[in-house]
Every structure is written in C-alpha cells, then in structure tokens.
Design a binder for this molecule. Structure first.
Ligand code: C2G
Length: 130
C-alpha cells in the first residue's frame, strides 16, 4: 500500500490541479492532499482564496483520486506529515522543483511532476476581467 502526499491551495479548482492529482494518485494507492488553510494562504502566500477552506476541502474530497484532505497550517509541517500519514511518496508540481528534497531524509521519495502549462488561477482571473 503506497501512500502519496501533496500540498496546495487548490482555489478555483481547474484541470491543471486535476492533472496533478491524477498523476500523484497513479504513483501509489492512497493520496493525502494537505490543503492550505485560509489563514496560511493569506499570511504565508499572500493569496486571498476565492473559496473558503471548507468549500475547497469538499471539492477536493469529491475528486476520485483523493482519499484524504487535511489542513496545511505552516510550511514546517511537511517533515512530521511524512510520519503522521505514513507517506512513501511526496509529490509537487515542478514549479517547486528542488524545494522539498530534504524530505528524502524522512524516508520519502520526492517527485516533482510537470505543471500543466497553459492554465492557472491567475490566468483565469485575468481572463474573466477582460
Ligand atoms: N499545478 C499544476 N499545474 C497548474 C497549476 C498548478 O500542476 N497549471 C499544481 C502545482 O504545481 C501544485 C498543485 O497543482 O503542485 C496545487 O497548486 P496550488 O494550489 O497553486 O499550490 P501552491 O500555491 O503551489 O501551494 O506547501 C506547498 C504549498 O501549499 C503549495
């Protein structure tokens, strides 16, 4: 039973996110998504979420690839999350390439998957403004 974990905001959910989640799940049997809380997004990423945490969580839980959604409240929780959720593989889009290699020290395989290039929440918001 290979357990996979990934992190993100997942606000204005789009097919780039789905592509990531599908490929992450394909690496194992169980996928944990650690979802940034509204406070974490605002305080640490200066992102103001369109949908609040509970809505973003419910949307992710409706995706067939996702087995568990838990809160991301700080940058530092990744090391403990690897053990807390008994993780074998840590996955992120390659915009984070190299940033989380230290998790190999916790015994996890670290995989960066190519982002879906042409879509982003920023792009969606810009297009809607036109
Ligand atoms: N993603 C992707 N293709 C896109 C957009 C996003 O593959 N076109 C991936 C990102 O690389 C990330 C995941 O989808 O792995 C979630 O993206 P965001 O919600 O933007 O996550 P981010 O703000 O990068 O938060 O501690 C880590 C952070 O919580 C990551």
């Amino acid at each position: 039973m290979k357990r996979v974990i990934t992190y993100g905001t997942y606000d204005l959910l789009h097919y780039g996110h789905i592509n990531l989640l599908r490929r992450a799940k394909a690496l194992g049997d169980y996928l944990v998504v650690v979802l940034s809380t509204d406070e974490f997004n605002w305080n640490e990423k200066q992102k103001k979420c369109y949908f609040p945490y509970e809505v973003r969580k419910a949307m992710l839980e409706a995706i067939r690839y996702v087995d568990l959604v838990v809160p991301e409240t700080c940058w530092e929780q990744k090391r403990t999350d690897i053990h807390k959720y008994d993780i074998d593989i840590f996955v992120m889009g390659d915009d984070w390439k190299g940033k989380f290699d230290f998790l190999k020290e916790e015994g996890a395989e670290v995989v960066y998957l190519p982002r879906t290039p042409e879509i982003s929440t920023t792009q969606i918001k810009a297009d809607l403004k036109k």
